[in-house]
Design a protein around this ligand. Structure first.
Ligand code: GDP
Ligand code: MG
Length: 166
């Protein structure tokens, strides 16, 4: 199996950290500053049963309308229009208006895995359950995978869940 996977989400949720983790190399810049990823960044991962082409994208901007943000958002929608699968990345315990705007630009019928990142920050893991319920109501996600891109926790589970969806 081979497939293109878009990694999308609002700024700072950990998209680039996840890409680097998925391919085991630091090819995308990670920063606590928004707008660090301004273009698409592509990385390939080959497993026994599947080859993934991951496309990291700029954070989807909803706050300020200016030329840079418009161009970054255009990059996001272009990438979304031409992939087999989408990883929508959100932050554990934090789902707000900015995340909802990203759900709104998902193409009709897109196959989407919800990646709940930064679970290492959750003081109480029981908080995950209501969060997952809330998220399931927002979109019919094919899979929901909580993980920590920074620590690498559960990233293999994401790959396992995504493989049959390619
Ligand atoms: P992007 O804007 O979505 O590409 O996010 P980045 O990958 O640049 O990461 C934004 C910030 O979140 C950086 O300071 C990362 O170190 C941090 N970060 C990313 N993944 C995790 C995680 O799993 N846990 C924690 N605690 N921080 C993370
Ligand atoms: Mg980034």
């Amino acid at each position: 199996r081979t497939g293109f996977v878009a990694i999308v989400g609002r700024p700072n949720v950990g998209k680039s950290t996840l890409l680097n983790r998925l391919i085991g190399q630091k090819i995308s810049i990670v920063s606590s500053k928004a707008q660090t990823t301004r273009h698409r960044v592509t990385g390939i991962r080959s497993d026994a049963g599947a080859q993934f082409v991951f496309v990291d994208t700029p954070g989807f901007q909803t706050q300020h309308r200016n030329a840079l943000n418009r161009s970054m958002n255009r990059t996001v929608t272009q990438v979304l229009s031409d992939v087999d699968l989408v990883f929508l990345v959100v932050e554990a315990g934090r789902y707000g208006e900015d995340d909802r705007k990203v759900v709104e630009v998902l193409p009709e019928g897109a196959r989407v895995v919800l990646v709940i990142n930064k679970v290492d920050r959750l003081a109480d893991k029981r908080m995950l359950l209501p969060f997952i319920e809330q998220m399931s109501a927002a979109y019919p996600f094919a899979e929901i995978v909580p993980l920590s891109a920074e620590r690498g926790t559960n990233v293999d589970e994401l790959v396992r869940a995504a493989t049959p969806l390619l």
